[in-house]
Design a protein around this ligand. Structure first.
Ligand SMILES: N[C@@H](CCC(=O)N[C@@H](CS)C(=O)NCC(=O)O)C(=O)O
Length: 409
């Protein structure tokens, strides 16, 4: 067998990679959605996650440092990242964006094709997206060294359009972020250590996996890597306090963040494991003991029409946590994906979830009814942002974030 286009000879790993590179070049040539434009500031968790996926898929894009509020008109939601296609369409929410890209370029298999692996990868992605968010915001905004650095970067890159002196804007950004995401979202003297433990445990769990292979599910990156990459790269490895901890206690995780950032499908090659590895167990335990109970309390609060709620997680007393409608939707999505599993994968996934305390809380709340994306239009729908700032008054609310969780909008 030969490979045309100047490359001749047997299909060796080198030839296969060259062929994949050529395919990637061809995609660039005539694909009507390329090049892409990624809107979102350089320090954003989810923008970094999306960029890593695009780089792995070798889809050319221009990064544009837009603030969330500037996107509401185009996308329907004051949230970053937003992905603008060359044909004029806009996409939001990295989870459905990745699923859409994976379906459009199936040969790259970002989401594992095996349904059991796909389900548990989605669960890890969701956990990294939503449950590592609070510790990521905490290390960034509750430590002065991170807060001063990042408020300067954020104002310089994405908040230039507000006519106020820079030092005032930086102060407003710091206050706003703490109001919304740390002190106003359950981080207190009583929960401080638990919030930090979520990060420290994640380093230990990822570090143990990375002792045996370069990526979370094998010798190439997949959805679980990209999920954990968001918080690890753009927050924990970048913010001074958490970065110091990562460098000193988990250098393999530090190295992995750079490896994922540098991964290109045509160069990596590699394979995924055939079964869910045992060393995912500690992460699944944490999903069962912390994340899913939190999602249940959030869904109960949503159903009861409460803006805030209290919940004890692993003994830590979280008080006045903001109710997040989007995370009610996350719970619904985890259930939907389970219900869509073909047999015998449903039984296999159930056994795995039961072994780690995830099964009961997955179904604990009857009919969560987020009402989000009823027609399944995501990522084209304009998803609901986690702050709820998608209401036509985003710019004003951005600086004075009170009453952001109205039940119907
Ligand atoms: N589920 C969304 C979450 C996106 C998100 O929450 N982005 C943050 C920044 S990383 C944001 O735009 N927050 C709005 C704000 O801070 O006003 C995704 O995966 O894209």
């Amino acid at each position: 067998m030969t490979i045309d286009g100047g490359l001749r000879g047997p299909i060796t790993p080198e030839n296969a990679r060259a062929m994949a590179r050529r395919d990637a070049d061809e995609r660039r040539g005539d694909d009507p959605i390329l090049p892409l434009r990624v809107h979102g500031p350089e320090l954003s968790y989810f923008t970094g996650k999306l960029e890593a996926v695009l780089q792995y898929m070798e889809l050319p894009y221009h990064p544009i440092g837009t603030a969330p509020t500037q996107l509401e008109k185009a996308t329907g939601t004051a949230q970053v990242p937003a992905l603008e296609l060359a044909d004029g369409r806009w996409l939001t929410d990295t989870t459905p964006i990745i699923a859409w890209l994976d379906a459009r370029y199936p040969e790259l298999e970002v989401i594992p094709r095996d349904p059991t692996l796909a389900y548990l990868s989605r669960l890890l992605e969701d956990y990294a997206d939503e449950w590592l968010w609070r510790p990521a915001m905490h290390y960034r905004w509750d430590y002065a060294e991170g807060a001063h650095l990042q408020s300067r970067i954020l104002v310089d890159e994405a908040v230039l359009h507000i006519p106020l002196p820079d030092f005032v804007k930086r102060h407003l950004v710091r206050t706003r972020q703490r109001t919304l995401f740390t002190r106003g979202d359950g981080v207190s003297a009583e929960t401080w250590d638990h919030v930090e433990k979520i990060y420290l445990d994640s380093l230990a769990h990822l570090g143990a996996i990375l002792e045996t292979r370069p990526y979370l599910l094998g010798t190439r990156p997949s959805l679980a890597d990209f999920g954990f990459f968001g918080p690890m790269f753009r927050h924990f490895a970048m913010d001074p306090s958490s970065a110091r901890i990562m460098r000193e206690t988990a250098p393999s995780v530090f190295e992995w963040t750079a490896r994922v950032w540098n991964a290109r499908a045509s160069a990596v090659g590699g394979e995924l494991l055939g079964t869910v590895p045992e060393d995912w167990g500690p992460i699944l335990d944490s999903i069962g003991s912390a994340y899913l109970p939190y999602l249940c309390a959030n869904a109960d609060a949503w159903k009861a029409g409460r803006d805030h709620f209290d919940v004890d997680i692993e003994g830590a007393p979280y008080r006045r946590i903001r109710t997040a409608r989007y995370r009610v939707h996350c719970l619904e999505e985890l259930r939907r994906h389970f219900e869509e599993l073909p047999e015998p994968h449903g039984d296999a996934v159930r056994a795995r979830l039961e072994a780690h305390g995830c099964w009961e809380p997955l179904w604990r709340v009857a009919d969560p009814e987020s009402g989000l994306d009823p027609k399944r239009e995501a990522p084209f729908a304009g998803s609901h942002s986690m702050t709820g700032l998608a209401s036509g008054a985003a710019e004003k609310l951005y600086w004075s974030p009170v009453k952001v969780n109205r039940r119907r909008d």
